[in-house]
Ligand binder design. Structure first.
Ligand code: 4AD
Ligand code: MG
Length: 432
C-alpha cells in the first residue's frame, strides 16, 4: 500500500501515490466527476474522482458518501496552483471505515451559536474551530518558550485550596472529605512560595471563578499563566509583561499566519504589538474617560465599556498601573508615595478585547500583610503558611497572571471567549 501521508505534508509528495486517512468534509459534483474535500486534522485537500480513472465499484462507493464519513483514500498527488495547499489528489481507491448512521448535524450552512455550542464535540471539526485550537496551542507554546528561555522554572500550583486569593465572592466550594475546599482562583500565593525557593517561577494551570457575569469575556474555568519573581518591583513587572507579550504575539505571527488568515484576522493590527506599550496611571485613565464623556471618578473599577473606551485611544496593548487599593486584592503592596494606591498593573488588549493581564508588586511586610488580611475579613489561619514567606527572608517581589482564553480571543479576533477553549465552562453551561 502507498505510504500514509498527512495533508499538510502532501506538497512534498508531488507525483507520488499516497494514502490519506481522514473524513469527508464536503463534496460536490455528479455525473462523471466528484470533488471530495478530505480533512485529516492537519488540513483539507481536494480529491478528484473521475469515472474514467477509477474502478466501477469505487465510483459507486464515492456516490454513497456522507459528510464526516471516515475514509482511507489512495491517489496520486498533483500540483494545483489554485489550491492554497498547492496540491490536489487524483483518487484511485477509497475505502469506507464508517458511514455515518445519520446526517451530520452541522452542515456547511450557517447555524446559530446556541446550537453549535450544544454540538461542541462535533463543531470542533470545522475549519474555523481547528484554526482557533491551533492558534491556542501556539500561544501556549510561545508562553512556555518565553519563560523557559528566560530563567524561569515551571512550578505547578494545587487546584484544591483552603482559601480565597481573588475575593470570596467567586469561590467554588467542593466537598473535601469532611471539610470544604475551594477550586483555585489563581496559583499566585503558591507561586510566591516558589519564587522564594527558585527565584523566578511560573505556574500554568486551570483556574476557577464562580463568575455570575454572563459576558463575552468570562469563563468559570480558564487557564492562567502566572510568573512570580523575587527581587522585582512594579516597574520590573511591567517590563516583563511587555517583553513577554510582544514575544508571544510575534511568535504566533511567525508560525500561525495561515490559521489567522482562515479566521480573517487583521494581521496588521497584531504586527503593531511592539515595544514600548503606553504606561498610564489609573488616574490618567480616569481623565481619558472623562474627556470621552464617561461618568467616572476615583475608586471606580473599569468594566468592559471603560476598557474599550481607553483602548480606542491606542494602537497596541496598554498598561494601566497604580489602581485604588480599595478595588484590588489584599496581597498588593501600597504605593509608598500615595497610600490610596496599590502597586497594581493591568494590561488592556487593543481593539476592545479588555484586560488580559492582572499583576502587582506584593506586600512583603509581615505586620502590614496581617492587617490587610483582617481588613479584607479573611480568616488568618489558612494564610499562616503564606505569612511565613514574610517571616523568613522576605524580599520585594512581583508577578502577574495572563488569562490564556482572553489572549486567544484577542489574537484570533473572536467575539466571544467561549470559542477559545475546546469545552467552555460558563455560568449555566457545563455540557458537553
Ligand atoms: O486579574 P486577575 O484576577 O489576577 C489574578 O488572579 C492574580 N492573582 C494574578 C497574579 O498576579 N499572579 O486574573 C488574571 C487574568 C485576567 O487579566 C484575565 O485575563 C484572566 O486572568 N481572567 C479570566 N479569564 C476568563 N474568565 C474569567 N472569569 C477570568 N478572570 C480572570
Ligand atoms: Mg484583574
Amino acid at each position: 500500500m502507498a505510504p500514509h501521508v498527512y495533508v499538510e505534508d502532501l506538497k512534498h509528495h508531488v507525483g507520488q501515490e499516497v494514502t490519506l486517512k481522514g473524513w469527508l468534509y464536503n463534496m460536490a459534483g455528479k455525473g462523471k466527476l466528484y470533488f471530495l474535500q478530505i480533512r485529516d486534522g492537519s488540513g483539507i485537500v481536494q480529491a478528484v474522482v473521475s469515472k474514467q480513472e477509477v474502478a466501477e465499484d469505487v465510483f459507486a462507493r464515492v456516490g454513497t458518501l456522507k459528510q464526516e464519513t471516515s475514509v482511507i483514500v489512495t491517489g496520486t498527488v498533483r500540483e494545483d496552483k489554485r489550491s492554497t495547499l498547492g496540491v490536489e489528489v487524483g483518487l484511485k481507491d477509497l475505502q469506507i471505515l464508517q458511514l455515518p448512521t445519520a446526517d451530520f448535524p452541522i452542515s456547511p450552512k450557517d447555524h446559530g451559536t446556541a446550537f453549535l455550542m450544544s454540538q461542541r464535540h462535533l463543531w470542533l471539526r470545522s475549519k474555523r474551530q481547528v484554526a482557533v485550537l491551533r492558534v491556542r496551542h501556539e500561544i501556549i507554546k510561545q508562553i512556555r518558550h518565553y519563560f523557559d528561555s528566560h530563567g524561569f522554572t515551571l512550578m505547578d500550583a494545587p487546584i484544591f485550596t483552603p482559601n480565597a486569593v481573588e475575593g470570596t465572592t467567586t469561590l467554588f466550594p467542593v466537598k473535601y472529605f469532611d471539610d470544604t475546599a475551594f477550586l483555585t482562583q489563581s496559583g499566585q500565593l503558591y507561586g510566591e512560595a516558589g519564587a522564594m525557593a527558585l527565584g523566578r517561577i511560573y505556574t500554568f494551570g486551570p483556574t476557577f471563578r464562580a463568575e455570575k457575569s454572563k459576558t463575552r469575556r468570562h469563563l468559570t474555568e480558564f487557564w492562567m499563566v502566572e510568573p512570580e519573581v523575587a527581587f522585582m518591583d512594579l516597574a520590573g513587572d511591567m517590563d516583563l509583561a511587555e517583553d513577554f507579550l510582544v514575544s508571544v504575539v510575534q511568535g504566533v505571527l511567525a508560525n500561525r499566519r495561515p490559521e489567522l488568515e482562515i479566521l480573517e484576522r487583521d494581521i496588521a493590527k497584531l504586527e503593531r504589538v511592539q515595544k514600548p506599550f503606553p504606561r498610564i496611571r489609573y488616574e490618567e485613565a480616569i481623565e481619558i474617560l472623562k474627556k470621552k464623556g464617561k461618568e467616572t471618578k476615583f475608586g471606580d473599577d473599569f468594566g468592559a465599556d471603560e476598557e474599550t473606551a481607553i483602548s480606542e485611544e491606542f494602537d497596541r496593548p496598554i498598561m494601566i498601573h497604580r489602581y485604588p487599593a480599595v478595588i484590588k486584592s489584599f496581597y498588593m503592596k501600597r504605593d509608598p508615595e500615595d497610600a490610596r494606591l496599590a502597586l497594581a498593573l493591568d494590561v488592556i488588549a487593543p481593539e476592545g478585547y479588555g484586560e488580559i493581564i492582572g499583576g502587582s508588586q506584593r506586600e512583603d511586610d509581615l505586620a502590614v500583610l496581617e492587617s490587610r488580611i483582617a481588613e479584607h475579613n479573611l480568616p488568618k489561619e489558612p494564610f499562616e503558611w503564606y505569612l511565613d514567606l514574610r517571616r523568613y527572608g522576605s524580599v520585594p517581589h512581583a508577578g502577574f497572571g495572563l488569562g490564556v482564553e482572553r489572549t486567544v480571543q484577542w489574537i484570533c479576533g473572536l467575539h466571544h471567549v467561549r470559542e477559545t477553549i475546546p469545552f467552555p465552562r460558563l455560568m449555566g453551561k457545563i455540557e458537553p
